[in-house]
Design a protein around this ligand. Sequence first.
Ligand SMILES: Cc1cc2nc3c(=O)[nH]c(=O)nc-3n(C[C@H](O)[C@H](O)[C@H](O)COP(=O)(O)O)c2cc1C
Length: 174
Amino acid sequence: MSALVVYESSFGNTALVARAVGDGIAAHMPVRVRSVSSLGVDEADGEDLVVIGGPTHAFGMSRPQTRRDAQVRLGDEPVESLGIREWIDRLSPDRDDHLYATFDTRVEKVRHLPGSAAHAAARALRHDGHRVVDRGVSFYVADVEGPLLPRERDRAREWGERLAHKAQELLLRA
Ligand SMILES: Cc1cc2nc3c(=O)[nH]c(=O)nc-3n(C[C@H](O)[C@H](O)[C@H](O)COP(=O)(O)O)c2cc1C
Protein backbone atom coordinates (compact mmCIF):
# COMPACT_ATOMS: atom_id res chain seq x y z
CA MET A 1 0.00 0.00 0.00
CA SER A 2 1.20 3.50 -0.74
CA ALA A 3 -0.08 7.06 -0.82
CA LEU A 4 0.34 10.31 -2.69
CA VAL A 5 -0.35 13.77 -1.28
CA VAL A 6 -0.95 16.36 -4.03
CA TYR A 7 -1.08 19.98 -2.97
CA GLU A 8 -1.50 23.48 -4.36
CA SER A 9 -0.16 26.44 -2.43
CA SER A 10 0.21 30.15 -3.25
CA PHE A 11 1.84 31.36 -0.03
CA GLY A 12 3.28 28.11 1.34
CA ASN A 13 0.79 27.31 4.10
CA THR A 14 -0.96 24.43 2.31
CA ALA A 15 2.46 23.03 1.44
CA LEU A 16 3.33 22.90 5.17
CA VAL A 17 0.03 21.16 5.91
CA ALA A 18 0.62 18.69 3.05
CA ARG A 19 4.01 17.73 4.47
CA ALA A 20 2.51 17.26 7.92
CA VAL A 21 -0.28 15.09 6.47
CA GLY A 22 2.44 13.10 4.70
CA ASP A 23 4.34 12.65 7.98
CA GLY A 24 1.18 11.22 9.54
CA ILE A 25 0.50 8.87 6.64
CA ALA A 26 4.11 7.67 6.77
CA ALA A 27 3.35 5.99 10.09
CA HIS A 28 1.31 3.45 8.09
CA MET A 29 2.54 3.37 4.48
CA PRO A 30 5.10 4.88 2.10
CA VAL A 31 4.00 8.29 0.89
CA ARG A 32 5.10 10.90 -1.67
CA VAL A 33 4.19 14.57 -1.20
CA ARG A 34 4.14 16.57 -4.48
CA SER A 35 3.08 19.99 -5.70
CA VAL A 36 0.25 19.87 -8.23
CA SER A 37 2.34 21.87 -10.67
CA SER A 38 5.06 19.21 -10.73
CA LEU A 39 2.83 16.19 -11.20
CA GLY A 40 0.90 14.66 -14.10
CA VAL A 41 -2.35 12.87 -13.23
CA ASP A 42 -0.91 9.54 -14.39
CA GLU A 43 1.64 9.79 -11.59
CA ALA A 44 -1.18 8.82 -9.24
CA ASP A 45 -1.36 5.41 -10.96
CA GLY A 46 -0.57 2.60 -8.59
CA GLU A 47 -1.27 4.62 -5.44
CA ASP A 48 -3.87 3.26 -3.03
CA LEU A 49 -4.60 6.53 -1.26
CA VAL A 50 -4.54 9.92 -2.99
CA VAL A 51 -4.90 12.98 -0.76
CA ILE A 52 -5.57 16.33 -2.47
CA GLY A 53 -5.21 19.69 -0.74
CA GLY A 54 -5.43 23.33 -1.74
CA PRO A 55 -6.17 26.81 -0.42
CA THR A 56 -9.78 27.97 -0.24
CA HIS A 57 -10.18 30.79 -2.77
CA ALA A 58 -13.48 32.67 -3.20
CA PHE A 59 -15.44 30.05 -1.18
CA GLY A 60 -14.12 27.03 -3.11
CA MET A 61 -11.20 25.70 -5.11
CA SER A 62 -8.90 28.24 -6.75
CA ARG A 63 -9.39 29.35 -10.35
CA PRO A 64 -6.85 30.85 -12.76
CA GLN A 65 -7.97 34.37 -11.78
CA THR A 66 -7.76 33.83 -8.01
CA ARG A 67 -4.28 32.32 -8.44
CA ARG A 68 -3.29 35.38 -10.45
CA ASP A 69 -4.65 37.57 -7.62
CA ALA A 70 -2.40 35.67 -5.20
CA GLN A 71 0.62 36.06 -7.49
CA VAL A 72 0.03 39.81 -7.74
CA ARG A 73 -0.27 39.98 -3.96
CA LEU A 74 3.16 38.36 -3.75
CA GLY A 75 4.51 40.97 -6.15
CA ASP A 76 5.10 38.33 -8.83
CA GLU A 77 4.44 38.68 -12.52
CA PRO A 78 1.22 36.65 -13.04
CA VAL A 79 1.93 33.42 -14.91
CA GLU A 80 -0.39 30.59 -15.86
CA SER A 81 -0.60 27.95 -13.17
CA LEU A 82 -2.34 24.70 -12.42
CA GLY A 83 -4.57 24.17 -9.39
CA ILE A 84 -6.24 21.15 -7.81
CA ARG A 85 -9.48 21.95 -9.69
CA GLU A 86 -7.73 21.40 -13.03
CA TRP A 87 -5.81 18.38 -11.72
CA ILE A 88 -9.05 16.71 -10.62
CA ASP A 89 -10.66 17.54 -13.97
CA ARG A 90 -7.85 15.70 -15.73
CA LEU A 91 -8.30 12.45 -13.78
CA SER A 92 -10.01 9.74 -15.78
CA PRO A 93 -13.60 9.63 -14.58
CA ASP A 94 -14.59 6.42 -12.87
CA ARG A 95 -11.53 4.56 -14.12
CA ASP A 96 -9.21 4.37 -11.17
CA ASP A 97 -9.53 2.46 -7.93
CA HIS A 98 -7.78 4.90 -5.61
CA LEU A 99 -9.24 6.00 -2.31
CA TYR A 100 -9.38 9.80 -2.19
CA ALA A 101 -9.43 12.35 0.62
CA THR A 102 -9.26 16.15 0.52
CA PHE A 103 -8.13 19.02 2.73
CA ASP A 104 -7.85 22.77 2.48
CA THR A 105 -6.52 25.83 4.24
CA ARG A 106 -8.79 28.75 5.12
CA VAL A 107 -8.67 31.98 7.08
CA GLU A 108 -9.66 31.51 10.71
CA LYS A 109 -11.24 34.91 11.25
CA VAL A 110 -13.80 34.28 8.49
CA ARG A 111 -14.50 30.68 9.41
CA HIS A 112 -18.15 31.62 9.90
CA LEU A 113 -18.35 32.15 6.11
CA PRO A 114 -19.35 29.16 4.00
CA GLY A 115 -17.04 27.63 1.42
CA SER A 116 -14.24 25.12 1.59
CA ALA A 117 -11.91 23.95 -1.17
CA ALA A 118 -11.80 20.53 0.54
CA HIS A 119 -15.56 20.10 0.32
CA ALA A 120 -15.66 21.40 -3.26
CA ALA A 121 -12.86 19.01 -4.27
CA ALA A 122 -14.60 16.07 -2.61
CA ARG A 123 -17.83 16.96 -4.44
CA ALA A 124 -16.02 17.16 -7.79
CA LEU A 125 -14.35 13.78 -7.20
CA ARG A 126 -17.61 12.08 -6.21
CA HIS A 127 -19.38 13.65 -9.16
CA ASP A 128 -16.81 12.00 -11.46
CA GLY A 129 -17.33 8.62 -9.81
CA HIS A 130 -14.23 8.52 -7.58
CA ARG A 131 -14.30 7.01 -4.12
CA VAL A 132 -13.85 9.63 -1.39
CA VAL A 133 -13.30 8.24 2.11
CA ASP A 134 -13.30 11.38 4.25
CA ARG A 135 -15.65 14.37 4.45
CA GLY A 136 -12.79 16.83 3.84
CA VAL A 137 -11.04 18.81 6.52
CA SER A 138 -9.96 22.46 6.87
CA PHE A 139 -6.77 23.74 8.48
CA TYR A 140 -6.64 27.38 9.50
CA VAL A 141 -4.32 30.28 8.75
CA ALA A 142 -4.37 33.62 10.60
CA ASP A 143 -4.70 35.75 7.47
CA VAL A 144 -4.58 35.48 3.68
CA GLU A 145 -0.81 34.91 3.58
CA GLY A 146 -0.68 32.95 6.84
CA PRO A 147 0.80 31.95 9.11
CA LEU A 148 -0.76 28.62 9.99
CA LEU A 149 -2.37 28.74 13.40
CA PRO A 150 -0.50 26.98 16.19
CA ARG A 151 -1.35 23.29 16.46
CA GLU A 152 -2.54 23.02 12.84
CA ARG A 153 0.56 21.11 11.76
CA ASP A 154 0.02 18.64 14.62
CA ARG A 155 -3.66 18.39 13.70
CA ALA A 156 -2.68 17.71 10.07
CA ARG A 157 -0.23 14.98 11.08
CA GLU A 158 -2.85 13.36 13.28
CA TRP A 159 -5.45 13.53 10.50
CA GLY A 160 -2.99 11.97 8.04
CA GLU A 161 -2.31 9.14 10.43
CA ARG A 162 -6.03 8.45 11.01
CA LEU A 163 -6.70 8.62 7.29
CA ALA A 164 -3.98 6.12 6.39
CA HIS A 165 -5.23 3.78 9.10
CA LYS A 166 -8.78 3.99 7.73
CA ALA A 167 -7.53 3.44 4.16
CA GLN A 168 -5.60 0.37 5.26
CA GLU A 169 -8.69 -1.11 6.89
CA LEU A 170 -10.83 -0.44 3.81
CA LEU A 171 -8.22 -1.93 1.49
CA LEU A 172 -7.71 -5.03 3.61
CA ARG A 173 -11.47 -5.59 3.75
CA ALA A 174 -11.84 -5.29 -0.05
C1 LIG B 1 -7.94 35.31 -4.26
C2 LIG B 1 -8.12 34.74 -2.88
C3 LIG B 1 -9.39 34.39 -2.41
C4 LIG B 1 -9.55 33.86 -1.11
N1 LIG B 1 -10.80 33.50 -0.67
C5 LIG B 1 -10.94 32.95 0.57
C6 LIG B 1 -12.21 32.50 1.03
O1 LIG B 1 -13.23 32.57 0.34
N2 LIG B 1 -12.29 31.97 2.30
C7 LIG B 1 -11.19 31.85 3.09
O2 LIG B 1 -11.32 31.38 4.22
N3 LIG B 1 -9.96 32.25 2.68
C8 LIG B 1 -9.81 32.79 1.44
N4 LIG B 1 -8.59 33.17 1.00
C9 LIG B 1 -7.42 32.95 1.86
C10 LIG B 1 -6.76 31.63 1.51
O3 LIG B 1 -7.54 30.56 1.95
C11 LIG B 1 -5.34 31.58 2.09
O4 LIG B 1 -4.58 32.50 1.34
C12 LIG B 1 -4.76 30.21 1.98
O5 LIG B 1 -5.36 29.34 2.92
C13 LIG B 1 -3.29 30.22 2.21
O6 LIG B 1 -2.80 29.00 1.72
P1 LIG B 1 -1.48 28.98 0.83
O7 LIG B 1 -0.41 29.64 1.65
O8 LIG B 1 -1.18 27.53 0.64
O9 LIG B 1 -1.74 29.67 -0.46
C14 LIG B 1 -8.40 33.69 -0.28
C15 LIG B 1 -7.14 34.03 -0.77
C16 LIG B 1 -6.98 34.54 -2.05
C17 LIG B 1 -5.59 34.87 -2.55
